[in-house]
Design a protein. Structure first.
Length: 113
């Protein structure tokens, strides 16, 4: 659906262009989740929103989306493996929110075709 599309390659390139956000220390709010916890939470929220907005999706299509999202989360784990257990900084939080929104946009676009 999206993993084999140019848009996903572009999204990974966008991530690599912003890796510096994950290499430098930054402001951490009290009780901040880890990088991985935030990724999982924000991606899950966006997948739920996607499914709520696309009520025409059948069970197979929803399962395909979940499998592809699992692949995306796995890719993020691989790229960010050295810091996934660290508390997320304010800057990282903003980037992860934006990245998850872009993932949702990829699926929205694929579903529109």
């Amino acid at each position: 659906m999206v993993l084999d599309r140019q848009g996903y390659d572009d999204l990974i390139m966008y991530l690599t262009q912003h890796l510096a956000l994950f290499e430098k220390p930054g402001e951490i709010k009290a009780n901040a989740p880890t990088v991985m916890e935030l990724i999982e939470d924000v991606i899950a929220e966006n997948v739920m929103r996607l499914c709520q907005q696309h009520t025409e999706l059948n069970t197979e299509e929803r399962a395909l989306i979940v499998r592809e999202v699992d692949g995306i989360v796995y890719d993020l784990q691989e790229v960010l493996s050295s810091i996934i257990s660290q508390p997320v900084t304010v800057e990282q939080h903003a980037f992860i929110d934006e990245f998850a929104g872009l993932v949702k946009n990829l699926f929205d676009s694929a579903l529109a075709h």
